[in-house]
Design a protein around this ligand. Structure first.
Ligand code: SAH
Length: 376
């Protein structure tokens, strides 16, 4: 997991406390240096070892020779009318990823990417249609928070720019990149770094069951599951991962997730697709499969993207669906669409993916064929 820059220096940005302690021991230093350096890097935002004044001059020099603290480059920043910000970040290999900040009255949420593109290809998600290139390393994941904190602290305006929450709901499937995601979560929660509360850091998954158990064993953050359909037939179609991990098994994994902590619940995300999964019968099926699991349901109005065949359910349909769930005792909210004027809403993040799957190309071809077919 060592991350080296082109100079072959070790990039310390992606090291959590344990990795940093091991690093200091390896270079003949005391492990407590980890707390100091973690604080300089993440709390103070320092990139130059020379400024780390509680380290000896000799150690500062040694670190400057051996290591660095580097982030991806910010290519652009876009602000939406509602105060949402989106950044496009260029990685060393030329791929680009997107990160979004969403200010609300009582909190500020940063939405972070975990992969360049996504392998899962959910039918209603724009990221999936871009194809996939690779996993992000820990430095690239935590850089998104590092950069956003710095950018936002310089902004004035109507909104509070404090990041209180992080959701791993950007590009990619975090549970297919756990080796890099887990240390990034540790850094988010570490009091010497960002000190975020474990309930305010959420990992979202389409349902990679074995990795859910691994995540639970490694750390204790909040979990969201992208459910989107109440039966296998429909879910196989819109979330293809369901063919590998079908609903019954997924629901068992969810039931077990917070077994030893009855105060915790899982958020079930459910995108509202007109005429596809939004009928009262779907709501009733949903109530059945969620029986006995402590959940909150979050209904997400579909956000459109170019060439998609799906449409957003209308407000009254969403309202009715929500009502049925609430009457059955399910705590249900409807996600407010944010930042859609800059394509920063859920499922609209695309970055610039050097697609290795050729999926993007095939997707464009299939939409072209349809247009030709329609015109013929
Ligand atoms: N792969 C993870 C992380 C991505 S999270 C997961 O599937 O959970 C992104 C969230 O936005 C998921 O719930 C996803 O299903 C939802 N989403 C994707 N495309 C969307 C779209 N076009 N409109 C609304 N929500 C969408």
């Amino acid at each position: 997991m060592t991350e080296t820059s082109p100079m072959q220096k070790t990039n310390l940005l992606g090291f959590d406390k344990k990795t940093l302690q091991d690093y200091f021991v390896r270079i003949g230093e005391k492990p407590y240096r980890a707390d100091q350096v973690l604080k300089w890097i993440h709390f103070n935002g320092m990139q130059d070892f020379a400024d780390m004044t509680n380290l000896s001059k000799a150690l500062r020099q040694k670190l400057s020779d051996m290591a660095d603290i580097t982030t991806p480059q910010v290519i652009y920043e876009k602000a939406a009318a509602d105060g949402t910000y989106k950044w496009l970040l260029r990685l060393n290999d030329g791929n680009c990823i997107e990160t979004v900040f969403i200010p609300e009255k009582t909190r500020g949420t940063l939405c972070i990417s975990s992969q360049v593109g996504c392998i899962l290809n959910c039918d209603f998600c724009s990221t999936g249609k871009q194809g996939f290139n690779r996993n992000l390393n820990t430095a690239e994941i935590i850089s998104q928070l590092w950069i956003a904190v710095r950018k936002l602290s310089k902004m004035n305006g109507l909104h509070d720019h404090t990041i209180t929450n992080v959701v791993m709901m950007g590009m990619g499937e975090p549970l297919l990149n756990l080796d890099n995601v887990i240390p990034a979560l540790h850094i988010m929660l570490d009091d010497f770094a960002y000190g975020l509360s474990k309930r305010r850091v959420t990992v979202s998954t389409a349902g990679v069951i074995p990795a859910m158990q691994q995540l639970r064993a490694a750390t204790d953050v909040a979990l969201a599951v992208s459910l989107h359909a109440p039966n296998d037939e429909l879910r196989n179609k819109i979330v293809p991962l369901n063919k590998k991990y079908p609903l019954k098994e997924l629901m068992t994994a969810c039931r077990d997730y917070f077994k030893n902590d009855t105060r915790r619940s899982i958020t079930m995300e459910y995108v509202m697709l007109a005429g596809v999964n939004d009928a009262p019968k779907h709501a009733k099926e949903l109530i059945k499969i969620l029986e006995g699991i402590k959940v909150k349901v979050n209904l997400i109005p579909f956000n459109p993207f170019p060439h998609t065949e799906y449409q957003r359910s209308d407000a009254s349909t969403i309202h009715h669906f929500c009502d049925i769930l609430m009457k059955a005792g399910l705590n249900t909210t409807v996600r407010r669409t944010r930042g859609d004027d800059i394509d920063a809403a859920c499922g609209q993040l695309v970055g610039q993916v050097k697609d290795r799957t050729r999926r993007h190309e095939r997707y464009l071809q299939s939409t072209k064929k349809k247009v030709v077919g329609e015109n013929a």
